[in-house]
Write a protein that binds this ligand. Structure first.
Ligand code: PLP
Length: 330
């Protein structure tokens, strides 16, 4: 089976497993796991932030991140298909007690005019107060679209002007960095807090981080424990993350090339494929998923009329070419 359902399906390589086995560990709730500390410091530095916090999942990193910026009863604005809005099972409402309003952009891009129409930073005694804007880079359900740096900078200026905060869901900011050459710290500079995933294209089995100002991350550390996310000798997992940053970052360019190859085969303009995700219109998404499976290719439906192809560490050039032939024939 060639598995194009998600870049979360990667399995740790032998080298990664060796790095995990050799990791120095300690009790991270006591702040005594040197490998976790090294990973947190490394990711904070990459994003140009003071500190970072290791979390078991990206969903937890996002709940902590947005919760630092938005108090119960306040709102965050985001694009309609943002992961925080669609794919976290309502965690931000259920746990933080915030509300969301959304703008809609086919490519998941920032729409400052729409944001400006919705924004209510402090409009008196009955309007929900907008406390933060959240953006997703790359945008998962918009087909791995990159948010251009100049748009992010314009958003940052707008947010500063209106005294609201900015969260970046950077689960795949690594892909944006590799695809555009934009330094990670330039992305870090436009957001107050950034969440990143190690368990997508980077190929670690588990792990995400939240990066931001030292005082905010110290508060997030307390809240993580409250959520049950304080982990102990977790350096074995942090070691996988460090190994991934050393060995699997630049190779994301291969995934992007494979995604363009798949796009071409299924009649999607490769120029619209920024990174490792191809969103394909299909009249019958579930039928397409079933037929592809019969031919040895696993793909996912992300809507009744959209299938999604995702390339990653576990998909070689040969795999991509084989899958392209199968999907083209269907
Ligand atoms: C995968 C993903 C996350 C985090 O998901 P988890 O499964 O909780 O690790 C967050 N945001 C985006 C855009 C994602 O694709």
């Amino acid at each position: 089976m060639i598995d194009l359902r998600s870049d979360t399906v990667t399995k740790p390589t032998q080298e990664m497993r060796a790095a995990m086995a050799a990791a120095e560990v300690g009790d991270d709730v006591y702040g005594e796991d040197p490998t976790v500390t090294a990973l947190e410091e490394r990711v904070a530095a990459l994003l140009g932030k003071e500190a970072a916090l290791f979390t078991p999942t990206g969903s937890m990193a996002n709940v902590l991140a947005v919760g630092l910026l938005v108090a119960p009863g306040q709102e965050v604005l985001c694009e309609a298909r943002a992961h925080i809005a669609r794919a976290e099972l309502g965690a931000h409402g259920a746990i933080t007690g915030l509300t969301m309003r959304t703008w809609r952009d086919r490519r998941g891009q920032i729409d400052l005019a729409a944001i400006d129409e919705m924004l209510s930073p402090d409009l008196g005694p009955f309007f929900v107060r907008t406390a933060a804007l959240s953006v997703e880079n790359t945008h998962n359900f918009a087909g791995g679209a990159v948010l251009p740096l100049e748009d992010l900078r314009a958003l940052r200026s707008y947010a500063d002007e209106h005294a609201v905060a900015v969260h970046m869901d950077g689960a795949r900011v690594w892909n944006a960095h590799v695809a555009t050459g934009t330094p990670l710290e330039e992305y870090g500079a436009v957001a107050d807090v950034v969440s990143v995933c190690l368990s997508k294209g980077l190929g670690a089995p588990v792990g995400s981080l939240l990066a931001g100002p030292a005082d905010a991350i110290a508060e997030a550390r307390v809240r993580r424990k409250r959520l049950g996310g304080g982990m102990r000798q977790v350096g074995v997992l942090a070691a996988a993350g460090l190994h991934a940053l050393d060995h699997h970052l630049e190779r994301l360019a291969d995934d992007h090339a494979h995604a363009r190859l798949l796009a071409e085969a299924v009649g999607v303009d490769p120029a619209t494929v920024d990174t490792n995700i191809v969103a394909v219109d299909s009249d019958d998404a579930l039928g397409m998923v079933a037929r592809a499976k019969e031919h040895g290719v696993l793909i996912g439906a992300v809507g009744s009329k959209t299938v999604r192809l995702v390339t990653h560490l576990g998909v070689s050039r040969d795999d991509a070419e084989t899958a392209a032939k199968v999907l083209a024939s269907l």
